[in-house]
Structures are given as C-alpha cells and as structure tokens.
Design a protein around this ligand. Structure first.
Ligand code: FES
Length: 90
C-alpha cells in the first residue's frame, strides 16, 4: 500500500492505493475529482507533477520527452511504486 497525496485546487487529498490499482481509479472510488478523459494514456487530461515518490506508467504516449524529464505523469496510467507519493495538479 502507498500513501498518495494529491494537491489540487489549494487542497490536499490523501488516499491509500495498492500497487495493482492506478491512482486515477482509486481517486474515482474516493470521489476525488482528478480531471481525465481517455483513461488510456493518450490525451494527457490527467497530467500531474510527481513531487515525491515513484510510479510506474503502462502507457505514457501523452507526455513529451521534456515533460517526462521534468517529472510529469499521467495519473490514469500510474501505479504506485513507493511508500509515499505526492502529486500536484495545476
Ligand atoms: S485520461 Fe487521457 S491520458 Fe490519462
């Protein structure tokens, strides 16, 4: 289990996510309103910046090389891979 914090709209949301669940799926279960559309790693509506921790993405076609280098992730594709994760959404 990972403790995932999402910083969005000036608020902090926290949830526990297991390693086989995407952070978006868990957020939807908990009624945390992360923006999304395709849910398949292409549209980049669910983009966030990983400020702390590690995630593994199945598909990251919606991100440029520069965005990847700068720590941006697609939340619909992100499985938790560290104990603590913090994501910021603009
Ligand atoms: S919802 Fe489209 S890339 Fe995540």
């Amino acid at each position: 289990m990972s403790t995932v914090k999402v910083l969005m709209d000036g608020k902090t949301f926290q949830m526990e996510v297991d390693k086989d669940t995407t952070i978006l799926e868990k957020a939807m279960d908990e009624d945390i309103d992360i923006p999304f559309s395709c849910q398949s790693g292409i549209c980049s509506s669910c983009i966030g910046k990983l400020n702390e921790g590690k995630v593994e993405m199945e598909v990251n076609d919606g991100l440029s090389d520069e965005e990847l280098e700068n720590g941006y992730i697609l939340i619909c594709q992100s499985f938790p891979r560290s104990e603590k994760i913090t994501i910021e959404i603009d």
